[in-house]
Structures are given as C-alpha cells and as structure tokens.
Design a protein. Structure first.
Length: 224
C-alpha cells in the first residue's frame, strides 16, 4: 500500500497494535503495518504481529548504549522497511529523532498533555498521578514525537471522566477506550496529508474536523 506503510514500535503486550490491526481489517484505517519492532524479545506484541504475518524485529539496547546509538540502529531498520509513518505503541525507550523522520513519528500518551507528561510519566504512573491530583477529567493525547519527552506538537485529544471510586486500573481501562478511537483517527489524518506543523502547532487542512465533540483540536501546541 504505497505511501501508507506503518512501522510500529512497542515494548509490551501490543494492545494498541491489535487495535490498529482491527481498524485496518474493518476498512476504517487505510494503512499497512509493514514492520513491528520491539526493545524486548519477550514482548507479546511481537507474537500478535507474527500471527498476522507481519515482519518483526527486536532491537535491544546494549548495556551503556547511548540513546543516539540505539536510535541509529532502530531507524536503520525502519528505513529498510520503507515505512512512511512510525507509530509508538507503548515503546519504553527514549529515542533521538533523525532529520528524515521529523514529523513522521506519532505517539499516544494516556493523559491530557501538557499535564502528567515528561520523564517517568508512562503507564500506571500516569494514572496514579492523575488520581493523586484530584482532577476530574483525564483522557489521551496523540502527538508528534520530538526530542523533548511528551513535548511534540499535539494532533488531537480525547477526554473521559475521572470517577470518585476510580483505581489506576479502572481509569486506565476507560482511557484506553478513548485511545482506541483517537490513535487510528490521528494516523489517518497524517496519512491523508491533512496535518501540517506551523510554529510547533499542528494545523488541520479544511474538512479535517474532529469526528466527535469529545475530540479536541490541537490548539495549545506542545505538551510538557
């Protein structure tokens, strides 16, 4: 599928990857997963990909290896696979973005950036911080990846209620339901050429309105 080849990077179970497979299968996301890569050979997401006949690769960091050296090995594989867009799906390694991939890497964060982002804010750490803060709304943020952790231009966000009786697990489950809708939409917007970055802020081309009132636009620029 020319111009719509995805490279998916993950470190864990591959739930986000499976959601993308389902959206591709039902025709709501016109794309092809060309390569799934992991920082861990034990990642269940690699098995999910292999079952669907998708090529996989493992690039484990060497002891003491710098982020720059690790990233060079990672992106060389992505170039070989001729991917058009890199999708981070629970990838737990810091990467350095090479010039030819600037504006071609997306990530989804389980909170409404710029709140609850930055170093150490991943997985349940995010949901624990949200609950400890007392805020009443959480959600997810899709953003372009830069060399600032969680600091790239925001593409879109979806929100959900934080309930009085929430635990990190229950909140995570509700946020993930929003992620399942937000990520395929953001990927489609990028692949359709309907996004552009101007001054660190993502702008949508005419006709690229949010599909639901729960999808917020990208005003507000970079996350923290």
């Amino acid at each position: 599928m020319s111009g719509r080849r995805l490279g998916v990077l993950l470190s864990g179970s591959g739930r986000t990857l499976e959601n993308l497979f389902e959206r591709i299968a039902d025709g709501s996301l016109r794309a092809e997963v060309a390569l799934v890569m992991s920082s861990k050979a034990s990642a269940l997401g690699l098995e999910r990909a292999a079952k669907r006949g998708v090529p996989t690769a493992v690039v484990e960091p060497a002891r003491g290896q710098s982020a720059a050296d690790y990233s060079r090995a990672l992106f060389e594989r992505l170039r070989e696979a001729r991917v058009d867009l890199v999708v981070l799906a629970g990838f737990l390694r810091v990467i350095e973005v090479p010039p030819d991939f600037a504006g071609r890497i997306l990530n989804i964060h389980p909170a409404l950036l710029p709140a609850f982002g930055g170093a150490g804010m991943w997985g349940h750490h995010v949901h624990e911080a949200v609950l400890a803060s007392g805020v009443r709304t959480s959600g997810c943020t899709v953003h372009y990846v830069t060399n600032e952790i969680d600091g790239g231009p925001i593409v879109l966000q979806r929100s959900c209620e934080v309930r009085e009786d929430d635990t990190p697990d229950s909140l995570a489950a509700r946020v993930f339901e929003e992620e399942k809708r937000a990520y395929p939409e953001a990927i489609a917007l990028h692949l359709d050429g309907r996004l552009r970055i101007e001054g660190g802020v993502v702008r949508r081309a005419p006709g690229a309105a949010p599909s639901s009132p729960d999808v917020h636009d990208e005003r507000g620029g970079r996350g923290a």
